[in-house]
Design a protein around this ligand. Sequence first.
Ligand code: 5GP
Length: 191
Amino acid sequence: MNFLEEKILAEGCVKQGNVLKVDNFLNHQIDIDIMRQIAYEFKRRFKGEAVTKILTIESSGIAIAVLLADLYDVPVVFAKKSKTVNSTDDKYVSRAYSFTHKTMNEVFVSKPYIQKDDKILIVDDFLADGQAMSALIDIVHQAGATVTGLGVAIEKGQQDGGKILRSQGYHLESIAVIDDMNWETGEIKLR
Ligand code: 5GP
């Protein structure tokens, strides 16, 4: 078991609706040592790949992105979420259904922050159905830039996001993959 899998089993809490709550170290209180280890693990797994920017989505991906960007010494860009984006002239806009909030969000990045020659490593805290990742990939493609790889801390393997993104040929790395969770017993099965 790796450090993140151990942390999930020790402190993760299963909620109804296939939601894993990890507020104690990732989504509310941030355990900086775990974030650092996640960043080092991504750096190791994407070794040799060219990276000019780290892209994530607000808000929980930002901590991971910042520590990883520090290792690469590149900027972080985070996509912002909004119910509606008024002007799109100066923004790349995509849409993602939020698994946790059950709402459709527009997500956007201002155009100057992604350039054609950027090689972008996209990271997030969770991968479930792949909506958030797909919106970020779409934004990178709109900008004409390149997706170097996709890094997620926790992949929920019982949802299809990982399968879809791998079948599209992306280099996807997940540090912990959950195969099953039961909110009634609290059991978490790791891959
Ligand atoms: P997806 O877009 O892949 O369906 O879901 C990923 C996004 O939803 C992540 O950005 C994450 O914030 C949130 N998410 C999905 N599943 C969970 C979960 O089980 N627990 C938490 N805390 N967030 C989740």
